[in-house]
Design a protein around this ligand. Structure first.
Ligand SMILES: *Cc1c(COP(=O)(O)O)cnc(C)c1O
Length: 362
């Protein structure tokens, strides 16, 4: 079947294995997913209550303009509704960014390894990604990204905290970088995990919106807000840039349940705080266990950890799967002996460590 040539370069996304699939395939009843950085506390109760109400109205088209959610976002971030675009997950916005800014043979600079959707969207629009390896501390290398700029460059992606390494760029690095990027190049800061960051000098980029007309910050309700199944994320940027993005938007790209759930979750500070605390405790537990096992890990600012398990990650993955624990293998990120494990609740973390010990014999 003849398809567009650009599809020849597109690999199917490798999702974290769904829990039900593992239950079916392995004949297990108790399966833990530590593969997609979901919130072990589940969704906000406020969001659930709003969803129950909204479900009665699903025969009505959603508000394509997302009036209430944008009002809420403007209030929380002290900007105007015109500074926001809501999407079917940040994934949906990453695609819209490519549709808006990337033409055939133009370039998008991406960190490597990082989130695969940046490359997917670029290739789908017949653009070319320019991969810039992370620096020695597994962080987006902003200097090398500047060096990769040329007259074909349309966008640069920064992922901070970076998926899969959990590393962040400091505010100082970001300030120096943004001052040097030409204003006709769009800088996208993907801050999907920003709520988990603990380092003092971190910035998720919100302050740059009023300063730089070419900066877009991506946020999502899929991670700390615990609403991954609803598919809702948003872009923040200068109103003129947001207006351009709207041209690539499908009329009803956010569903009514997503909008209702996200709006309620936005004000659930207690849920966010509890999630952050649980993650921080889990992180410290896992660090201590990895140290006892002599396994190097990358200190993380997110809700997942890359750990060097000293064996083929696909083998470890399969062994963990038999025991009902799903993680992400490092080979998809070019890190063959590493796995990326989502920080779960205390019980899930302990189960992962127990199985890891058993499999590696350490
Ligand atoms: C999970 C994730 C997202 C969020 O994707 P949604 O489509 O909003 O669920 C965005 N960026 C990165 C780096 C992620 O890991």
């Amino acid at each position: 079947m003849k398809t567009r040539k650009c599809l020849d370069r597109i690999d199917n996304y490798v999702p974290g294995k769904p829990i039900d699939e593992v239950k079916r395939e392995m004949g297990l009843s108790d399966v833990v997913k530590l593969a997609s950085n979901e919130n072990p506390l589940g969704p906000s109760q406020l969001a659930l209550a709003a969803l129950r109400k909204a479900v009665e109205e699903v025969h009505i088209y959603p508000d394509g303009n997302c009036y209430y959610l944008k009002q809420g976002l403007a209030r929380v971030h002290q900007l105007t509704p015109e500074n926001f675009l809501v999407g079917n997950g940040s994934d949906g916005i990453i695609k819209m960014l490519a549709e808006t800014f990337v033409s055939a043979d133009e370039e998008v600079i991406v960190p490597d390894p990082s989130f695969s959707e940046y490359i997917f969207a670029t290739r789908l629009l017949e653009g070319n990604e320019v991969k810039v390896p992370l620096d020695k501390s597994y962080t987006c290398d902003l200097r090398a990204m500047l060096a990769a700029l040329n007259e074909r460059t349309r966008m640069i992606y920064i992922c901070s905290p970076n998926n899969p390494t959990g590393t962040v760029n400091s505010k100082r690095q970001m300030d120096a970088f943004l001052a040097k990027v030409p204003q006709d190049v769009i800088v996208v800061i993907d801050a999907a995990y920003c709520e988990y960051a603990e380092s003092e000098d971190y910035t998720w980029g919100g302050e740059y919106i009023s300063q730089y007309p070419n900066v877009v910050v991506l946020r999502t309700f899929s991670k700390i807000y615990g609403l991954a199944g609803l598919r809702v994320g948003y872009a923040m940027a200068d109103a003129a840039l947001i207006a351009k993005l709207h041209m690539a938007r499908e009329p009803f790209n956010s569903n009514s349940l997503a909008l209702a759930g996200a709006l309620a979750a936005l004000d659930d500070d207690a849920h966010v705080e509890a999630s952050r605390k649980l993650n921080s405790e889990g992180k410290r537990y896992l660090y201590a266990e990895f140290e006892k096992l002599g396994m190097p890990y990358i200190p993380t600012e997110a809700n997942f950890i890359m750990v060097d398990v000293g064996m083929d990650s696909v083998k470890l993955f399969q062994e963990l799967l038999k025991r009902g624990v799903i993680v992400r293998t490092g080979n998809i990120f070019g890190m063959d002996n590493w796995v990326r494990v989502t920080i779960g609740n205390a019980e899930e973390n302990a189960r992962f460590i127990r199985d890891l010990k058993e499999i590696t014999g350490r």
